[in-house]
Ligand binder design. Structure first.
Ligand code: PLP
Length: 318
């Protein structure tokens, strides 16, 4: 063995480090033109998606082997790409095919399916984003939910954090993004106060949204949800569509913290879990701590729609 210098000896071994596949969820990713197990789907640490959070993404779910409202997710994703001036080498049909392939190859019947695009890197390491080669990726992993089975039954315990969601004048929230430091700090506030998740505020001190979800409250049979500074969630949109079918009044408007605390019912919405009840806010019970009648009705309708061809499409399994 050749003599090593002191500096070399201090360097850790570089090479094919063993990767424990069990530390990754079971699933399939599409990356740089290839389908790969999740444990092998890796990108450069120099990618601006990672270094600058310069990325957009969308998440759709598959339930009982069917995509739910895939068209709406594709609309939002392609809208984000355009606003961020990113280009990918696939059109809508191409992305659809890749998403189908990821799910089919994974074999999952209930999946969390993400399409994303990072700014990528510039081949010359230029700092000019126009010179970066954008990187499209997609993956399908097992379905995940903001609320677990117990929380779905009894309702979530939520804290209202005073953290303020990044204002829409800074980042258009319709561009689904990874600017989550406000949400993560809110989440820690919630944990510190014994709650399970957090709702954070908009720049006017009204309710905004939480880590991965929109918020609804029901008062005297009428629903309301924050209108500004929040991601226009597809599940939120689905609640509006269900309310229209059911003849329920639903509006996007300012929702004050007081209105949330005094609501008859509160629920949150996300592709990761659907419609999920909240029964406690800052240690105080909402609606005597029971999941409300309107929330329960909407939850049932939401899952029924997953088999309806007008709202869902079959995955192309082999
Ligand atoms: N708000 C934020 C910040 C989110 O990240 C998400 C989903 O990830 C949502 C709301 C809910 O959106 P959707 O219903 O489209 O999943």
């Amino acid at each position: 063995m050749s003599q090593m210098t002191r500096d070399e000896k201090q360097l850790p071994v570089v090479g094919d480090r063993h990767v424990d596949p069990h530390s990754y969820p079971e699933g399939v990713a599409f990356l740089d033109g290839q389908y790969l197990p999740m444990s092998q789907a890796k990108i450069s640490v120099l990618d601006w998606g990672f270094l600058h959070s310069d990325a957009t993404y969308d998440t759709v779910h598959v339930w009982n082997g069917r995509f739910f409202r895939l068209d709406l997710h594709l609309d939002r994703f392609f809208g984000g790409l355009e606003k961020l001036r990113m280009t990918i080498p696939f059109d809508r049909e191409g992305v659809t095919e890749i998403l189908h392939n990821c799910v089919a190859l994974s074999g999952h019947r209930a999946a969390y399916v993400e399409m994303l695009c990072t700014r990528g890197t510039s081949p010359t390491f230029s700092r000019d984003p126009r010179q970066a080669v954008n990187r499209f990726m997609a993956f399908a992993v097992p379905f995940g939910s903001v609320a677990n089975a117990e929380q779905l039954q009894r309702g979530l315990r939520v804290a209202i954090s005073d953290k303020v969601r990044i204002p829409p004048a800074s980042i258009d929230p319709a561009i689904k993004n990874y600017h989550w430091l406000d949400l993560v700090r809110g989440l820690y506030d919630a944990y510190d106060r014994g709650a399970e998740t957090a709702v954070i505020l908009d720049f006017n001190g009204n309710v905004a949204e939480g880590p991965g979800f929109n918020v609804f409250c029901v008062r005297d049979g009428k629903l309301s949800t924050p209108s500004i500074g929040v991601l226009p969630g597809i599940t939120r949109r689905t609640v509006f569509d269900l309310c229209a079918e059911e003849g329920l009044a639903a509006t996007a408007t300012d929702v004050s913290v007081a209105a949330l605390r005094e609501a008859d019912e509160v629920f949150i919405t996300s592709t990761a879990g659907g419609i999920m009840p909240v029964t406690e806010i800052d240690g105080v019970r909402i609606a005597h701590g029971k999941v409300g009648a309107i929330t329960s009705r909407l939850m049932a309708l939401y899952w029924q729609k997953h088999d309806d061809p007008a709202w869902s499409s079959q995955v192309n399994y082999p």
